[in-house]
Design a protein around this ligand. Structure first.
Ligand SMILES: [Zn+2]
Length: 259
């Protein structure tokens, strides 16, 4: 038993070290593991909005960034993540993606996951079902067009987050029936409130230490967030936190070509 257990552990270790080995800085935080999020198993996650969340272990965090791409700050966020070899998920606003396709491609080329956050960030619970569905589809299409050149409403990574977490039961059902996972968050930086980078850093550290793990929501459009991110990632490394990279299930189409 012990031999088998040791063999299994070394296998797990070699898998997780693979990404760290590619990191030029040996003392970087790195991405500790990849979690595939299957929307069938996890249609809605994030304890701020829903009763369930992802099965993250103690001290495991998943970093998510909303509302970009926004060149001035998204590029700084990408640089901070790259410096620590950390992978995150970006929930893009479609019209921002349409305006900045090169940054969308950069986010994807760096290995981050791309989720969707509507076309123009309307409160979907207040604009009627039809317009809300259009906002969702147009956003996905713009993100996919920026990513792959094809404006499809079938997302290559089936992750969606409602602007302001403002969902309705009908929209939640619609997304679930399309196999799109809805992300809330387990904790957030409240970076929509103006504060200094130091205040921002202290606030998110305090919340994370209290919660112990979770899906964290930031905004890559905020200068205070971009500025404090390097210090936050160092804090994670020094305090034993691990970053989990969330990815979608493989697209059905490509699975037959993978072997
Ligand atoms: Zn947003």
């Amino acid at each position: 038993m012990t031999v088998l257990r040791a063999a299994l552990l070394s296998f797990v270790a070699s898998v997780s070290i693979a990404s760290a080995a590619e990191c030029p800085r040996k003392d970087a935080l790195g991405t500790s593991r990849v979690m595939t999020v299957d929307p069938q198993a996890f249609p809605r996650v994030g304890l701020k909005s829903f009763p369930q969340t992802l099965p993250l272990a103690d001290k495991e965090v998943a970093l998510t960034f909303d509302d970009g791409p926004f060149p001035a700050t998204t590029t700084k966020v990408l640089a901070a993540l790259a410096d620590e070899c950390v992978l995150a998920t970006f929930f893009l606003i479609g019209r921002n993606a349409e305006a900045n396709p090169a940054i969308v491609k950069r986010i994807a080329a760096a290995g981050h996951s791309i989720g969707h956050h509507t076309w123009s960030h309307q409160p979907l619970d207040k604009i009627g079902q039809q317009r809300a569905l259009e906002e969702i589809d147009r956003g996905i299409a713009a993100d996919e067009k920026a990513l792959h050149g094809v404006a499809t409403s079938v997302p290559s990574t089936p992750f969606f987050r409602f602007p302001g977490f403002a969902s309705t039961p009908a929209l939640l059902s619609s997304l679930q029936s399309r196999g799109i996972a809805v992300f809330g968050a387990d904790l957030w930086a409240s970076d929509w409130n103006p504060m200094t980078p130091e205040q921002q850093l202290n606030l998110i550290i305090e919340r994370l230490d209290y919660e112990g793990n979770g899906i964290i929501l930031f905004h890559d459009t905020k200068a205070q967030t971009a500025k404090m991110l390097p210090a936050f990632l160092q804090y994670l490394r020094r305090n034993g936190y691990k970053v989990v990279h969330l990815v979608g299930p493989r697209p059905i189409k490509s699975s037959s070509n993978d072997r």
